[in-house]
Write a protein that binds this ligand. Sequence first.
Ligand SMILES: Cc1cc2nc3c(=O)[nH]c(=O)nc-3n(C[C@H](O)[C@H](O)[C@H](O)COP(=O)(O)O)c2cc1C
Length: 436
Amino acid sequence: MSIDKMCISCVLFLMCPCYLTQTQQVGHTTLQLGGKDPYLLGKAAAIGAAFGCFSDSKPTYSSINLNCGCPSNAVSGRSGGASLMKEPYHVAKCVESMNKGVTDIYHAQTAAHNNDVMSRNDITPISVKHRLGVRDASTYNAADDKLKNDEEEALPECSAFIKAITMNGDVSKVQVHARLGLLGSFESDEDNNENAEQLWIPPTDVESTLISTTAAQPKVDHKRAQYKAKKKARQATINNRSIPPLRPGVVDMLADKFPHLEFVANGGIQSMEAVQDGIYNRSSDTSVIGSMVGRSVINHPSSFANADSLWQSDSSGNMSPSRGDVLLQYIQYCDLEEDRVRSMGVNVNSLAALRRRLVAVPFHLFVGEAGNNVYQRRIRKLASRVERYTAKGILIAALNEVPIESIDKSVGEFTHMDMKDYGGIERSGPLQKSIY
Ligand SMILES: Cc1cc2nc3c(=O)[nH]c(=O)nc-3n(C[C@H](O)[C@H](O)[C@H](O)COP(=O)(O)O)c2cc1C
């Protein structure tokens, strides 16, 4: 069974105007780029491909991915994401530039190795994560959409997109989130109060001069406007993972249409069994080669803890660590990360944001086990005071609330949970909240 059979997405960090996140595959790490400037994406892809490979000869990232699937205003309005699906030929330019960037690194490496150990297969592959298509959120009608069949609603648009971006051979693998992306505001135009909608942007010098010379400006509570806009953006992100219907069948149709490409299916996969089902129950000659899981793995990580051992041939006999071991190792990582970021001289707010992100990651570690509620309550409470407490302090305090039998329980052993009883997978708890 190929190690490509599954990938678990997890966000590590965001940067603008190109943002980078990492997607874990069994034994591999993919670097995801977000952006719409072909030049910058090409440069970023080259940096990603070169990362690690000149120091210890093994590149850190086994592939580089372009995000054409995130419909959040913060991403699609500014730097691409799902809105790029409206411009397939522009995406083709982006992936061409990315491919050129990684190929340049390959040539630099072959020169460094005197050409003997490298083959063209060592060029870091480029992939694209995308949706079935995009619609305007304010006019989209989910009830109407549900009445349409897959061929009519999604297949033609998505096929045209895939054709355009793969035409020149720059991309041979795509990850398809099998639902539409809804762009813009979810309210109709009449309901839209523009002042409340927009994220506050600092005025330019010219604007500042104009403002200071114009009499009696209405007072705007920027903090409140910012808060409301963020709340709306977060809600739009959540809506985008539940309102448009999932059309997993379209991924199979696409795979039939483009048998020379590799497809990874994403959306609504709730368990390891469903991942295996999606793989083993597909015909052997399909080019759907894997499943990607988002929220379920965030919400109940231990139920996916055995994923590696299912596909990694060399992991035989490896005992899975206890939850306590996992958390203690993670706490060490938090400490190093805080030190690293503090040494860069960041301000208090950035440090607080980092801490919130750090403590969100192990929030679901004890789901289904004794002590989970009090562990989560403690993290939530202390996370509201991240200006005062370090991530390490918060996590140790939370761990102290957990009974020893849960701490000692191996991550591979878990209590089955019906995610519907746990709030469903519509959202991904505080991790999502801290990121979007
Ligand atoms: C907290 C969170 C962060 C995400 N960040 C990214 C991201 O950076 N890049 C990306 O392509 N998808 C991202 N996604 C979307 C997932 O990869 C996935 O497409 C989506 O959640 C649907 O899959 P699911 O039904 O298994 O959750 C994120 C999802 C969540 C919940």
